[in-house]
Ligand binder design. Structure first.
Ligand code: PEP
Length: 254
């Protein structure tokens, strides 16, 4: 059985004191839910502070990005060993990184390798643009992103994939449960091809794109969907809590 996972991607939001406030608002209740992995991914500057706040709880910590070099003259970048010291997960290949910072499959591949080397668990994001979706190219795009990002990388337990159609991110226009389930099923099939049936059975594949407390159930009831990567709604303690609680309840009855 794959343990469902809800990861909050705070993006470039929250000062350190706002991050403290947000964690304090939800820490106790989140901690009580034990059949869902709960991950918060604050900005780099708040990682150390949030780490202290969640110490001793079941809430886990992730970063939103990583650089692939170990150390050196890369002004402004954060290396894998620096993150490994602080957190357990790292989001890699988010569409905003691909779109605004020109991250290619090759760069994503280097970042995944670098993260795995220090035992960080990558959350690899893939997803198609609106025009690609409308042209019926979802399968082609997602397959290409998976292949380039994972090329030459052996299967490692702990690798997580998030299917995030770009047209659904931050738009309020989520995919339907059926759409997301179908593409995630296809991603799982790709994992069989790339690795093995066992790897595909074990790998957690999340949906991301305008998930909120109203539509969560629609996604969590789907057999292929193992949780969600949540952006906007993860900045509101009551919404994030509700998403985690609903996931917990649905999984208990499945
Ligand atoms: C995201 O940033 O990964 C995301 C899914 O954002 P939102 O939930 O706001 O669409």
């Amino acid at each position: 059985m794959r343990v469902p996972m809800i990861a909050g991607n705070w993006k470039m939001n929250t000062t350190v004191s706002e991050a403290v406030e947000l964690v304090n608002e939800m820490r106790q209740e989140l901690d009580q839910i034990d059949n869902v992995d709960k991950i918060v991914c604050p900005p780099f500057i708040s990682l150390a502070t949030v780490r202290e706040l969640i110490k001793g709880s079941s809430i886990k910590l992730g970063a939103q990005n990583i650089y692939f070099e170990e150390k050196g003259a890369y002004t402004g970048e954060i290396s894998p060993p620096m993150l490994a010291d602080l957190c357990e997960f790292v989001i890699i290949g988010h569409s905003e990184r691909r779109q605004y910072f020109n991250e290619t499959g090759e760069i994503t591949n280097k970042k995944i390798r670098a993260a795995l080397k220090v035992n960080l668990k990558p959350i690899l994001c893939v997803g198609e643009k609106l025009e690609e979706n409308e042209a019926g190219r979802t399968e082609e795009i997602v397959t290409e992103q998976l292949k380039s990002s994972l090329a030459g990388i052996g299967y490692r337990n702990g690798l997580i994939i998030a299917y995030e159609p770009i047209w659904a991110i931050g738009t309020g226009k989520a995919a339907t449960g059926e759409q997301a389930n179908e593409t995630i099923g296809l991603i799982r099939y790709n994992i069989v091809e790339l690795y093995s049936k066992r790897a595909a059975q074990d790998m957690r594949i999340l949906y991301g794109g305008s998930v909120n407390d109203v539509n969560t159930a629609e996604f969590m009831k789907q057999p292929e969907i193992d949780g969600a990567l949540v952006g906007g709604a993860s900045l509101k303690a009551n919404q994030f809590l509700s998403i985690v609680k609903q996931t917990s309840e649905i999984r208990q009855t499945r």
